[in-house]
Design a protein around this ligand. Structure first.
Ligand code: SAM
Ligand code: SF4
Length: 334
């Protein structure tokens, strides 16, 4: 770790992974991510410019960040995305992106030139009508074809599906079967509570629910538990002989906070020390005032709570007043 270790928190966790949200806008309207009538958008002048994104990112990299993921909203709707990528690609970090892939076919070369090798794509259903229902947009074909394009173009592709009871939990096995011929990592995400997404524990499909279906659908000898990468948020599996793999991200029933190495920067320049924390630190204001941002970063990292922004039990997670103080997911970035 370079300089003094401002990215280590009081629980000994080193933060080497920064997720940067580039925009609060999106070309989908996923119901688990944002309220139906949208979210109040920050005025453009309150959003980070590409120079400011670079300056803040560089500070984090100088202090030990080795991985940056770009997210949103939908990161590709930002007009200056090619310049942002070009600037960030000059930093010594692994760059990656989470996208809904609707317009990603227009950016294949830009992504390759700027050494993005791994893309996470959201896809919650393999059924066109259900996709339209959950995203409130009729874009299934575009997303599915672009996933195939990304695979063909040699990107490492992870598919994120947020599972909801009675909506897409009957597609878990179909999603896993799609990994037979496609070298993708299918990731099932437990539905998490954020402001405006009408979360309710009874809608959530848990890690255990997924594994019950898997154990019924495949013989034990065919199910292989894979080694999880350090700081991995997912429990990884594979069906023997399949090209791809699958995983479960169980932030609700089985939080992975002990090994958390993530910090989040919102599109309006606020540092969030945890996805679930409602407190934020204004890096953009400090940067614009010409002051160093390191002391603010250090203070925010030190203040990071041990588990899920203080919601250390399922009971606390179920208290609406605790998660409605947080932002909607669309303005955090996942
Ligand atoms: N627009 C891009 C996309 O959809 O991939 C990037 C931003 S999106 C906010 C990032 C990730 O957050 C997506 O994989 C999405 O499924 C996930 N997400 C959003 N709301 C969620 C929730 N309530 N619980 C779990 N995951 C959620
Ligand atoms: Fe947009 Fe992604 Fe949120 Fe869906 S999950 S509304 S695609 S930001």
């Amino acid at each position: 770790m370079k300089n003094n270790n401002i990215l280590q928190d009081s629980h000994g966790r080193d933060h080497t992974y920064l997720r940067i949200s580039l925009t609060e806008r999106c070309n989908l309207r996923c119901s688990y991510c944002m309220p139906a009538d949208g979210v109040p958008l920050s005025p453009k002048s309150h959003l980070m410019s590409y120079e400011e994104i670079y300056d803040i990112a560089k500070t984090f990299v100088d202090h030990g960040v080795t991985k940056i993921r770009l997210t949103g909203g939908e990161p590709l709707v930002r007009k200056d995305i090619p310049v942002i990528l070009e600037k960030l690609a000059t930093l010594p970090v692994e760059l990656s992106m989470t996208s809904n892939a609707i317009i990603i076919d227009k950016f294949i070369d830009v992504l390759k030139i700027n050494r993005i090798k791994s893309i996470n794509v959201s896809l919650d259903s393999l059924d066109r009508e259900k996709f339209k229902h959950i995203t409130r947009r009729d874009q299934f074909d575009k997303v599915y074809n672009n996933i195939l394009l990304l695979v063909k173009e040699g990107f490492q592709v992870k598919i994120n599906a947020v599972l909801m009871k009675g909506f897409n939990d009957n597609e878990i096995i179909d999603f896993i079967k799609a990994t037979k011929d496609l070298p993708i990592a299918m990731r099932f995400i437990e539905f998490m509570p954020f402001d405006g997404n009408k979360w309710d524990m009874s809608k959530m499909v848990s890690y255990q629910d997924v594994m019950e279906q898997v154990n019924q659908a495949f013989p034990e000898s065919q199910i292989e538990r894979l080694q999880d990468a350090p700081n991995d948020t997912s429990k990884n599996y594979k069906i023997k002989g399949y090209k791809g793999s699958f995983a479960i991200i169980s932030s609700v029933t089985n939080p992975f906070c002990d090994t958390c190495n993530r910090l989040r920067l919102t599109a309006n320049g606020q540092l969030k020390n945890c996805l679930f924390s409602s407190t934020e630190s204004d890096l953009l204001k400090t940067l614009r005032s010409g002051q160093p941002i390191e002391p603010i970063i250090q203070k925010a990292v030190q203040a990071k709570l041990k588990v899920r922004g203080g919601m250390n039990t399922i009971e606390k997670l179920q208290e609406p007043k605790l998660h409605t103080k947080n932002r909607s997911m669309i303005t955090i970035g996942g």
